[in-house]
Design a protein around this ligand. Structure first.
Ligand code: AMP
Length: 220
């Protein structure tokens, strides 16, 4: 399966991405995680991206496209992939389409999750991320089993990302509305767009998504 996961920050993309990838045994390609990894390793890209990330702004399309092109050329993507946080602009979607066309590959689904603005704000402030393995938790809807400790890797390194702090959250939501929402109209004519409500528990949302993806897989 080749899947794009779309949705505003705080909607639960990271959590759903982990579940979908486990189910279909495909790599989870999160451009946010890749960029955070670059900043941790202090690469040139990491240095270029950090300022924009901390301000809740988007990293330029050409840098993102180069990073994703390279990632999609790795052998683990041969049986599919899930893109989380990419594309985020129509220019990135056009670049991705060109990359896939060149390889004679198509997408199977664009999974778009939506949620009320007020809920997004409260979820983002409750989000915690494992600084070691990038697992995502939410103190309200998806807390770790032991407070402060990552269920997945066992490290006590659950942090609040700088861009999940209140000053940056509203900027990120505004950027999403202005630059990423137009992707829904871009993908609608493809017939691959599946729209879901992100309301409810993690399992409820996953069930909704899985039902639709299973239909697609059965049909394809
Ligand atoms: P995320 O973890 O997906 O919320 O991404 C965190 C930050 O990384 C975003 O606020 C952007 O600054 C940057 N970023 C991640 N993916 C992209 C992308 N596809 N295009 C531009 N910037 C991105």
């Amino acid at each position: 399966m080749r899947i794009i996961l779309l949705g505003p920050p705080g909607v639960g993309k990271g959590t759903q991405a982990q579940l979908i990838c486990k189910k279909y045994d495909i790599p989870h390609i999160s451009t946010g995680n890749m960029l955070r990894d670059h900043t941790r390793r202090d690469t040139e890209l990491g240095q270029q991206a950090q300022k924009m990330m901390n301000a809740g702004q988007l990293v330029p399309d050409d840098l993102m496209l180069a990073m994703v092109d390279e990632r999609l050329s790795e052998p683990d993507t041969a049986n599919g992939f899930l893109l989380d946080g990419f594309p985020r602009t129509v220019a990135q979607a056009v670049g991705l389409a060109a990359h896939l066309e060149e390889k004679d590959l198509g997408l199977d689904a664009i999974v778009a999750i939506a949620l009320d603005h007020g809920i997004l704000l409260s979820r983002l402030s409750a989000r915690r991320t494992c600084a070691n393995c990038n697992a995502v938790y939410n103190l309200i809807v998806n807390p770790p089993r032991e407070m402060g400790v990552c269920d997945r890797c066992g490290k006590a390194e659950l942090i609040q990302r700088d861009d999940d702090k209140p000053a940056t959250i509203s900027d990120r939501l505004a950027v999403y509305e202005q630059q990423t929402m137009p992707l829904l109209a871009y993908y609608k004519p493809t017939g691959l767009l599946l729209e879901f409500s992100g309301d409810g528990t993690v399992d409820e949302v996953f069930e909704r998504i899985l039902t639709k993806l299973s239909e697609i897989q059965a049909g394809g």
